[in-house]
Design a protein around this ligand. Structure first.
Ligand code: CIR
Length: 403
């Protein structure tokens, strides 16, 4: 499950209770409505029908609250199982409880009668609880979890490095030894820099079996309240998108996706205001660009496709300063004239992560470029990301900023 480093246990409990109340209320209302209509839509029937299902509804709320509080409801299969089992249990215990209250005396026939309610009256309840657990609970959990009470801090998604980082994909570089302990320390320092500059950092569920998963930028791109789950161009990286999707739901974002045969890596997407430059690279194909254009044009963005032949991703070559000036190492840029304003940097890998309107994060491997950016009036924070640079990563690819 994705974890916000600042999500308190109290917030988790509130989110679980909200999901439980929503699932139980929706199940109750829809079941009562079905039986009201089936029984001739007589107003005097509403209260008795509602009373009949009320004990079951309370049992269902309890089951959902327990499952949601351990985080299991975010996976669709757990949601379905919870809805089915919760609905069946609620239907069975609720009816039994109702009999108890009504003073029905227990005899050998009662249990078998209760069991038949599961495929009779209880069936509507079970179907309703399953649909509510599947479609409503995860969204509500994400929404409540993402409410940042008393905080307007921007969110950054990060993903802990895999112990197999050294096996990551390489396209333009030769494989060299990677110091995993150093990589962990560098990643922690990178995360601390984000936190120190006002970001609320949310951990995407780590995946030790996916060497490149730390490069979370490639798995999803965020446009306001819409997350676009990518379709990574490298086959080994495709499973990375599962947890990215989970995190997007967790944050309560509207989720769209690029589908095969379209491919698109987040590292090929550079946002500059409402212009979205998309690299047509070794990882992102024409179909991927077409799908992205179809998703974000209605949101007011203009997609500008950019040929990328010299480096891995568009953002391996260029990024943008807070004022929108595109910066990069000219020899790595196929055609700088495509950008409205382009400023050449003295070193390859001179990328920026915008931390605020006047502060950027850069790699310590590009000191001349950092000095040049500082000389333009920006505060430049530097971090060492040498172990990730060995895998063709840079400062941008280690996080996704939600804005
Ligand atoms: C790869 O080749 O996919 C990874 N080894 C590096 C990805 C870096 N991502 C990025 O710059 N956006």
């Amino acid at each position: 499950m994705p974890v916000s480093r600042t999500l308190t246990p109290a917030r988790r409990v509130v989110a679980a209770l909200a999901a439980a109340v929503a699932v139980a209320a929706l199940t109750h209302v829809s079941t009562v409505l079905v039986f009201f209509v089936v029984n001739g839509s007589k107003p005097e029937n509403i209260v008795p029908i509602s009373n009949y299902f009320m004990p079951g509804t309370l049992v269902l709320a309890l089951v959902v609250a327990i499952v949601a509080s351990v985080g299991a409801l975010r996976r669709w299969y757990f949601a379905v199982v919870t809805g089915l089992i919760g609905g069946a249990l609620a239907s069975f215990l609720g009816t039994a409880f109702g009999y108890q209250l009504a003073g029905v005396s227990w005899n050998a026939d009662v249990p078998s009668f209760l069991a038949t309610t599961l495929v009779g009256t209880g069936l509507v309840f079970i179907v309703a609880s399953t649909l509510a657990s599947l479609f409503v609970a995860p969204r509500l959990l994400g929404w409540v979890s993402s409410l940042r009470v008393g905080s307007s801090r921007p969110i950054a998604l990060v993903r802990q490095p895999s112990s197999r980082l050294a096996d990551g994909e390489l396209t333009h570089l030769d494989r060299v030894a990677v110091d995993l302990d150093l990589a962990d320390d560098q990643w922690q320092a990178y995360v601390s820099a984000l936190e120190e500059h006002g970001f609320e950092v949310v951990d995407v569920t780590p995946a030790d079996e996916l060497p490149d998963s730390v490069f979370i930028e490639d798995a999803l791109v965020i446009f306001g309240s819409t997350a676009v789950i990518t379709s990574p161009g490298a086959e080994t990286r495709r499973p990375e998108t599962d947890a990215a999707r989970e995190s997007a739901h967790y944050l309560g974002l509207r989720v769209q996706a690029i589908e095969l045969p379209g491919t698109l890596d987040g590292g090929d997407v550079l946002k500059v205001g409402s212009t979205v430059y998309v690299g047509r690279s070794g990882r992102t194909n024409a179909e991927g660009i077409r799908q992205l254009r179809a998703i974000i044009s209605p949101l007011g963005y203009t997609v500008v496709a950019v040929p990328v032949k010299k480096v891995l991703h568009l953002k391996s070559a260029v990024t943008a300063l807070p004022d929108g000036t595109v910066i990069g190492y000219a020899k790595h840029v196929d055609n700088p004239a495509i950008f409205d304003r382009f400023l050449a940097m003295p070193e390859p890998g001179a990328a920026v992560v915008v931390l605020s309107a006047d502060t950027v994060l850069m790699a310590s491997s590009v000191p001349k470029s950092a000095a040049l950016v500082a000389d333009l009036g920006y505060r430049v924070i530097t971090v060492d990301v040498s172990e990730f640079e060995k895998l063709e990563g840079c400062v941008t690819c280690l996080s996704v900023r939600v804005r």
